[in-house]
Design a protein around this ligand. Structure first.
Ligand code: ZN
Length: 246
């Protein structure tokens, strides 16, 4: 019989799962606030309507379900067959009737959650591969989903805001982006982030742009969603676009 609560007892993992679930609820709430005809409007993702965002977030849940099943069974099931297939699936998904899109969003989220809930404690450490080719423990799927649901809720462009994000999520996003920038080793000059509402922020490279503002606004800028209300500390000029995150 399937368990009704998470099988893992790891407190860190359970906290991470809670943050992902809160993000899913946040995304679903913002989606439910939109009428069917409002789904045709542009999102904050360049070139994507809200339909594309909803399709992508639903398909992402399915892809992460495949990774979780891979961890559970040991049978390799990648997130996507290829980048092209992933993109084509989003394009096709976005054309579905609104009801089908909403069903995809809701059902895919529940399915992923059930797979997480029932994953054996030891299987969370099993290696799986992300769409970008990184080998990570299955537990990483929780963070991968967390950033998708929260950030894409903002992309729906109907009132979700980084300033509504829990502080631990803002900090985790800043750490994630900084780590990604650094992983490109020298290709990227890592900006110095100076959060005004934190005691310490992630440091950057010498001679790079310094960006100062509230941590939530820094996270918004660093993840490529605009730099309003942020200034460079050097000369007060508007902030430049950030290096690419994902
Ligand atoms: Zn995404």
């Amino acid at each position: 019989m399937a368990a009704r609560t998470d099988r893992t007892t790891d407190p860190q993992l359970r906290a991470a799962l809670l943050l992902a679930r809160r993000g899913q609820a946040y995304f679903s709430r913002k989606l439910n606030e939109l009428g069917n005809d409002e789904l045709d409007a542009p999102s904050l993702v360049p070139g994507w309507t809200r339909r594309h965002v909803v399709a992508h977030v639903g398909l992402n849940a399915r892809a992460l379900t495949r990774l979780t099943e891979w961890a559970a069974t040991g049978v390799e099931t990648p997130m996507y067959a290829s980048r092209e297939e992933r993109d084509a699936e989003i394009e096709y998904g976005a054309t579905q009737p609104a009801r089908a899109l909403r069903n995809l969003s809701a059902h895919a989220a529940v399915h992923l959650d059930v797979e997480w809930r029932d994953l054996a404690p030891e299987a969370w450490a099993a290696p799986v591969r992300t769409a970008l080719g990184r080998t990570v423990p299955a537990s990483e799927t929780v963070w991968m989903r967390t950033r998708e649901v929260w950030v894409h809720a903002v992309d729906l462009d109907n009132g979700a805001s980084y300033r509504q994000f829990p502080p631990e999520l803002v900090d985790a996003l800043l750490a994630d982006v900084t780590r990604m920038w650094r992983s490109r080793g020298g290709e990227v000059v890592v900006p110095v982030l100076e959060p005004t509402d934190r005691t310490v922020g992630p440091g950057g490279d010498d001679g790079s742009v310094r960006v100062r503002g509230r941590a939530a606004d820094l996270a918004r800028w660093a993840t490529g969603r605009g730099g309003e209300r942020l200034l460079t500390t050097s000369d007060g000029s508007p902030v430049p676009p950030p290096p690419t995150w994902l």
